[in-house]
Write a protein that binds this ligand. Structure first.
Ligand code: ADP
Length: 595
């Protein structure tokens, strides 16, 4: 992503700021150019600040690896606010707090170098919020949450003729979906790939059911796998690009089979590029950012009439939805209280366990739905991945390409699990290793030059320069770089390569192999357990209608995506979430629109 964001202060802006009285006092700097870096979500954010004797003249983001789509506004709006107010006390962008703080910290370091009184500057900049009037807005379909499920539902309902408003509490759309690796499981039974990989919709069904210990609802799982490929075609019709299937489908971690399609745009940005373009070019559909749904409005019979929400300025907005409401507010991976309350597997899901999730994944939909009588299902099943960045818990910094060509080793240089297995089993095994810490190890077959980009648009060379990945010309060199015993790592890899040669199931049950790890230089990157997905949630039927605690449909309430439960059972297959949110988002959109 290495894009350069540059914000230059124009004379007009200075004049406006000065005349408007925003600049409280003339600061004093040693004029010049200064550079500094501060940690963002995925590594350093580097900035260059130019100051005159009295003014911050310009702020340029030289370099960063923040997640596209989510953090863009932090990289533009925060520098703009600092320039406009000439202060460091500016607001962070909601949903991009870490990126915003990284920009503020790096600018602060630059201004310190310039001899500024940064404490005085921190008292300047906070936006004065004027509360807007309370209001009532009428629509036909109201969707809560502009993540993958909400956007699919909203777009589908609009395509079928409904007026739609999508509420998003954060400053940008995308939720967890935009931060995902982008792997999308879908099988086209008639394709050459299905034949080549010995795959079918039926096998996808069986693996999804088994992978969740048969706790998923078979009808929901059937609905998911049967409609996944049609969902992919629907996205393609709207202009979203996936890599050609002939290039090969891949096995995502915990996906168990090579059936994942890969979007051309990084992480989940391709989905939102597509949805935003649709919204921008069609009438009758609107996304309201910074607008948080608080509660569902019902009549005396329990029918859903709309939503009470809080607007950007803290005002109350009452939305009346004549056709109904779609709940698509995502999971609760970022809500430690709910994690601790429901988790029955891990027993340790307090704040020390990081999460891959977006700041919006706080389970709001669970509270709103249960308040109107919705039933919950599978809340105790919480998915962790063994793939978290040790500092942030994010999936960034992950150097793997596919399951087949990499192994996991612990701090003793030993393998400890089937790396092609289920996510819950891999993570449980990781918790049993020293410091719950491991390295993903692979060779140059994945990185012929080291400049190849991973899903997060990071190259391994970049990650090595930042100390987030390691390289060795030989296995012994790599062992020295990561601090594990060289003889142990050499023995581990030699033994693994024997299994690659025979393709025989190994002692951990691994069956997925490709090429041996024998082509130096060799690469490694550290990973820790991280909360990734909450399988449980609001109970729905195959029509995406919400079911109450007596087993009846709640009139006018639909739900889709991670806020729902009962599909993935105890453990979701990698690559099935994007299929789930798309399939059930579209079903919810179609059914609410038909009312
Ligand atoms: P899914 O994968 O199910 O679509 P995501 O995490 O991608 O879930 O998207 C859920 C979206 O809902 C996020 O963008 C999140 O910020 C948003 N959201 C969560 N709670 C609320 C709420 N109370 N009001 C409005 N938006 C919400």
């Amino acid at each position: 992503m290495r894009k350069i964001v540059s914000v230059l202060l124009t004379t007009a802006l200075v004049m406006t700021a000065l005349l408007g009285g925003v600049v409280a006092c003339a600061a004093s700097f040693t004029a010049g150019e200064y550079e500094a870096a501060a940690k963002g979500n995925n590594g350093d954010v580097n900035v260059k600040v130019v100051v005159s004797d009295t003014m911050i003249e310009s702020i340029e983001i030289l370099d960063h690896q923040e997640t596209p789509g989510i953090c863009d506004k932090a990289l533009t709006d925060v520098p703009a606010a600092i320039l406009e107010t000439q202060g460091l006390g500016v607001d962070t962008v909601s949903g991009a707090t870490n990126s915003s703080n990284a920009v503020i910290s790096a600018v602060t370091l630059c201004l310190e170098q310039a001899g500024a009184d940064v404490e005085a500057l921190k008292a300047i900049g906070a936006k004065e919020v004027v509360r807007a009037e309370d209001q009532t807005i009428e629509t036909e379909v109201l969707v809560i949450g502009a993540g993958g499920a909400g956007c699919a539902a909203g777009v589908q309902a609009n395509q079928l003729g409904s007026n739609v408003i999508i509420l998003e509490k954060q400053a940008s759309i995308g939720g967890n979906t935009i931060m995902s690796g982008g792997a999308f499981n879908a099988v086209n039974d008639r394709s050459e790939q299905a034949i080549e990989y010995n795959d079918s919709v039926e096998w996808h069904f069986t693996q999804t059911m088994n992978g969740g210990d048969n706790k998923g609802d078979p009808l929901l799982v059937h609905t998911l796998v049967r409609n996944a490929y049609a969902g992919l075609e629907w996205l393609e019709e709207m202009g979203m690009e996936f890599y050609d299937e002939e290039r090969g489908l891949f096995t995502v971690t915990g996906g168990l089979w090579p059936r994942a399609h890969k979007p051309v745009m990084p992480v989940g940005t391709g989905f939102f590029d597509t949805y935003q373009r649709y919204v921008d070019t069609h009438e009758g559909i609107e996304i309201m950012l910074n607008t948080k749904a608080e509660s569902l409005i019902t009549d005396e019979t329990g029918k859903i009439l709309g939503v009470k929400a809080t607007g950007e300025t803290g005002n109350t907005i009452t939305f009346l939805a004549s056709k109904g409401v779609v709940l698509a507010s995502g999971g609760f991976g970022k809500n430690v209280e709910l994690r601790m309350k429901y988790d029955s597997t891990w027993g340790v899901l307090d704040e020390t366990i990081l999460s891959t999730n977006s700041a919006g994944a706080t389970g709001d939909g669970i509270y709103m739905a249960t308040a109107v009588g919705a039933d919950l299902v599978g809340m105790e099943y919480i998915q962790l991945l063994p793939l978290g960045d040790p500092q942030s818990g994010s999936l960034s910094g992950n150097i793997e390409f596919d399951v087949e060509r990499r192994i996991f080793v612990n701090k003793n240089g030993e393998r400890f699990v089937n790396e092609g297995g289920r996510r819950d089993e891999m993570t449980a095994a990781l918790f049993a290793q020293p410091d719950s810490y491991m390295y993903i190890v692979m060779d140059s077959d994945c990185y012929p030059t080291g400049d190849e980009l991973n899903n997060f648009n990071e190259s391994v060379n970049q990650l090595i320069a930042e100390g987030r990945a390691f390289k060795g010309e030989t296995i012994a060199d790599l062992a020295a770089a990561i601090g594990v015993p060289a003889d142990a790592l050499e023995a581990t890899i030699a033994e693994f390569n024997e299994h690659v040669a025979t393709k025989e199931t190994d002692e951990f049950g691994r069956t997925l192999y490709s090429t041996p790890i024998d082509n130096g230089p060799f690469y490694a990157a550290p990973r820790v357990p991280t909360v990734h997905h909450t399988m449980g949630g609001v109970k729905i039927n195959a029509e995406a209608e919400v079911i109450d605690r007596s087993g009846n449909v709640i009139d006018g309430l639909y739900a889709a995506g991670e806020v729902t439960g009962g599909i993935h059972g105890t453990n979701r297959l990698g690559g099935n979430a994007l299929a789930d949110i798309l399939v059930f988002g579209r079903i919810a959109g179609e059914n609410v629109s038909a009312r």
